[in-house]
Design a protein around this ligand. Structure first.
Ligand SMILES: [Zn+2]
Length: 108
């Protein structure tokens, strides 16, 4: 198992909820993490599927990993999004995603 990325979306948002200025590579990484938040939060409440439409961002040996990211909010840890690439085992946890521009939950 490769190293787990621990990320908190609040660390990179300004007072308006926008991504703070940072170099392109960092920005792409955070936008990727944001896409994971979006993919998980736009699911319906009965949708138990962990699959997301997102391709893995890693390029092991300069060849793009063709894994698709699995992501979920575990029942036992509802504040955290866990994500995982089944091919290269890149994985991480995302906190501080609630109420961000990527949070697509609908409050009905
Ligand atoms: Zn991968």
């Amino acid at each position: 198992m490769s190293k787990t990325w621990h990320t908190n979306m609040q660390h990179v948002l300004d007072e308006n909820g926008e991504l703070v200025a940072m170099p392109g590579s960092g920005r792409r990484l955070w936008q990727y993490l944001g896409s994971i938040v979006q993919a998980v939060t736009e699911r319906g409440p009965d949708d138990r599927e962990d699959q997301t439409p997102l391709r893995c961002r890693r390029r092991p040996g300069r060849k793009r990993c063709n894994g698709r990211i699995l992501a979920m909010i575990p029942d036992e840890d509802p504040m955290t999004i866990h994500w995982f690439c089944p091919v290269c085992e890149d994985n991480g946890v995302i906190t501080g995603w609630q109420g961000t521009l990527w949070d697509r939950r609908r409050f009905i």
